[in-house]
Design a protein around this ligand. Sequence first.
Ligand code: ADE
Length: 419
Amino acid sequence: MAEKTWVRMVTAQTPTNIAVIKYWGKRDETLILPVNDSISVTLDPAHLCTITTVAVSPSFDQDRMWLNGKEISLSGGRYQNCLREIRARACEVEDKEKGIKIAKNDWEKLHVRVASYNNFPTAAGLASSAAGFACLVFALAKLMKAKEDNSELSAIARQGSGSACRSLFGGFVKWIMGKAEDGSDSLAVQLVDEKHWDELVIIIAVVSSRQKETSSTTGMRDSVETSLLLQHRAKEVVPKRIKQMEEAIKNRDFGSFAQLTCADSNQFHAVCLDTCPPIFYMNDTSHRQVKIISCVEKWNCSEGTPQVAYTFDAGPNAVLIAHNRKAATQLIQKLLFCFPPSSDADLNCYVIGDKSILKDAGIEDIKDVEALPPPPEIKDAQRSKGDVSYFICTKPGRGPDLLSDESLALLHPETGLPK
Ligand code: ADE
């Protein structure tokens, strides 16, 4: 009979994030070094997160990974870079109870298994690789008892997916582009934690779970090579905006925050259009974007002070950040008027996350949605069913967590295979 051997396992949860000052363009493609700083808000992991279990055992004969239940290859450069960098920082691990003793030098011979699960559609353009690589690096660091802090780990996660570095913290996070050629100073720092500005409400209109047509990597490369606007943005515009955005966040100045967020999203899409060949991230759903953008712009204008900020990433989903619950209540009413669920849909599945916003808005079922008045900002407002797959109501959230409850592990504690 085979000798019984040990399996050491760690499970972690990591949030996703949305940039309010965008990252677009690399100055080094292998190390993933950006051409400008960026700032993001971390989304509440209760609604959007990755859970990853990592395991090590002398019985494992190769590194293996399962993503959302399907085995995927770890041979890609991005995974290999993260694994190599974390292994280089591994320390001695001893667990007398389980009879585990791993010397520092043993780690290079031992193999790991990884199982990861995103609690939202991986292809929906909701920065799943950001949460994914942050979680992978964080969990491996804990498995191997690496001593690095989250900023140092962020510089490793960055080598898996640029925006992953910002998912190592909660609240508002800055990715400092850095100057060093080896990328050692290109890392994330927390600006404020999630409690600093907790009245904000974030509503995401998920438009489709179709894979986007232009990958961010290809799009960024084309923009860096061909867009003069990108050069101007990186050198002149973003450095000033970063300072203004840091001030706005520190002072909870929603007017400035919204103005900067919307302007930066619009400039990012302008850079995409300025690219040769042009990139149309908003193309196939442009009527929806135009409707959302013009509704928010007109509403903000009519109130005299911004109530909501919008931001669009490299995909068709709209992310709307409301100043407070009152603004969020009005926003969900306007959104549900414009983009109602189909008549046979379950409202519970159409608006997910923090459902208390719906309750505040007095919307309990489809009949309440049908009775909503048209937003006064939109002339002849049309209702278009089927344009939005679903809405997620969320808020700024915390950073990575270790999950000590073993029942949450995605790998079997004895076999090290997916549960
Ligand atoms: N890409 C998308 N989701 C991921 C995950 N959870 N882990 C690693 N890479 C990913």
